[in-house]
Design a protein around this ligand. Structure first.
Ligand code: NAD
Length: 427
């Protein structure tokens, strides 16, 4: 049969295409959730489709399935037109946004290492700085890792990531740090068997001095620096001391992996998905003295947010030691240290720093302590609860914390003061 040139076969093909389009739109919807405020307009577009679809569905159902062929085709056409319009809208919208945005320059150091390798696809695909944000990615390595680094760069090229305008593997800090907006410092001297903290500080100190010097010389003054390589907090201090043109507020060390581990553990304990748990934080150093804290954690049950109630015995006997030792447990199980989860935590930390934290939520970030928060000494990088907005963070300064947490915070602070001393950074 035909109606305006549309046969039954065509209709079937049409409906199949509609399904494919709908699947695509649904996957766009997932993207939309990730981009939060930035893409509320896309969300609205999808809501319109949804409404159109509901209307069409209502039309179809109201006939009790007794549609004439013409009616069915007319409804199918309406459905298809609605979807086409919205897909065009989304496509144009996304292209337009991508075209008007200047590329951000991002350097990853130690990019041939396992964390760097796991991080690259998250960055290149837009999950860190936005799905409409063009990027120029520079990858820094030491000469011994150049062959492998070139392989990483080849894989980024072969990914044909639409957002990546250029990928530049290099061993030259002058190239790697040139005008960068973000520096993700993953490269460092690894902990060898029998190495103590002192040895780690001695090996990594010079590396982070030269990273700081390179930032000072070549990076933008507005550059944000996330230090991942261990000992992360003190490496961050060393680096910031050598890049004085960049405000201290633009430096942070990663404690998000610890936070994510703690959140996941609490969620398992409560028998709920991690997305329903928030405000678990980490205080102090990214080391075994870190203080995972659930005192202010919340969980959403039946759409209502309430405080996460867990027994003190579980917190001190199981939760805190498990989070503190989780890195070791992964190392023992995998034979290599955490990489995918570390890269994911870098993504989460930078995304929140760049786009902001959700309303009512705070996250852990090791930031410069100026001595005004929770009695923590000044001039160390210390993991605090922070909220982020418009590309800057604010330390949440009024959380209630009990005596046991306070005592643990003191121990972690003490360790950081010792590290600062051992690194020769006492003023
Ligand atoms: N903060 C965290 O939560 C967290 C989590 C995981 C790993 N880490 C730390 O991140 C670092 C990287 O871990 P990984 O598993 O990828 O290690 P890895 O050994 O696989 O990779 C490190 C890379 O850094 C490179 N490198 C060394 N010195 C460099 C320099 N001066 N400039 C540029 N590159 C340099 C090495 O060649 C190597 O490719 C380690 O220090 C690790 O302890 C921190």
């Amino acid at each position: 049969m035909s109606d305006g040139g549309l046969s039954t076969e065509d209709t079937a093909i049409l409906v199949e295409k509609l399904r494919t389009l709908r699947t695509k739109i649904l996957s766009d919807q997932v993207t939309i959730e990730n981009q939060k405020k930035e893409i509320i307009d896309k969300n609205n577009a999808l809501a319109r489709i949804h409404k159109d679809l509901q209307n069409v569905r209502k039309d179809l159902l109201s006939t009790g399935g007794a549609l004439t062929e013409t009616e069915f085709r007319s409804a199918a056409r309406k459905y298809l037109n609605g979807i086409r319009e919205e897909v065009d809208y989304l496509r144009q919208h996304r292209c337009a946004r991508t075209l008007i945005k200047e590329p951000l320059r991002v350097v990853i150091t130690g990019a041939a290492g396992q964390v760097g390798y796991a991080l690259v696809p998250l960055l290149a695909s837009g999950q860190v700085l936005g799905f409409d944000q063009p990027l120029i990615i520079t990858l820094l390595e030491i000469p011994a890792a150049v062959k492998s680094l070139n392989g990483v760069a080849m894989e980024i090229e072969d990914g044909a990531y639409p957002l990546v305008e250029a990928v530049i593997p290099t061993t030259e800090p002058s190239v790697a740090f040139k005008n960068v907006d973000y520096a993700i410092l993953v490269g460092g001297f690894p902990r060898g068997v029998g190495m103590e903290r002192k040895d780690m500080l001695a090996k990594n100190g010079p590396i982070f001095q030269s990273m700081g010097d390179a930032l000072q010389k070549y990076a933008k003054e507005t550059c944000k620096v996330l230090v991942v390589a261990n000992p992360a907090n003190t490496n961050c201090l060393v680096c910031s001391r050598h890049a004085i043109k960049i405000p201290r507020r633009n430096f942070a060390a990663l404690t998000r992996l610890d936070q994510n581990r703690a959140t996941a553990l609490l969620a398992r304990k409560l028998g709920t998905p991690t997305r329903k748990v928030a405000n678990v934080i980490i205080w102090g150093n990214h080391s075994n003295t870190q203080v995972p804290d659930v005192s202010n954690a919340v969980v959403t049950v039946d759409g209502v947010q309430k405080s996460a109630e867990v027994e003190e015995k579980w917190v001190s006997g199981e939760f805190i030691p498990s989070v503190q030792q989780r890195g070791k447990a992964v190392l023992e199980a995998r034979g290599s240290s955490s990489a995918v989860s570390a890269a994911n935590a870098i993504k989460d930390a930078l995304r929140d720093w760049h786009f902001g934290t959700p309303e009512g939520e705070h996250v852990a970030l090791a930031v410069y302590s100026d001595g005004s928060y929770y009695g923590v000494a000044k001039d160390i990088f210390f993991s605090f609860p922070v909220t982020c907005k418009n590309g800057t963070y604010t330390v949440v300064s009024d959380l209630k914390i009990g005596e046991s947490v306070r005592n643990l915070i003191k121990k972690s602070e003490q360790e950081l003061l010792e590290e600062r001393h051992e690194a020769g950074l006492d003023k």
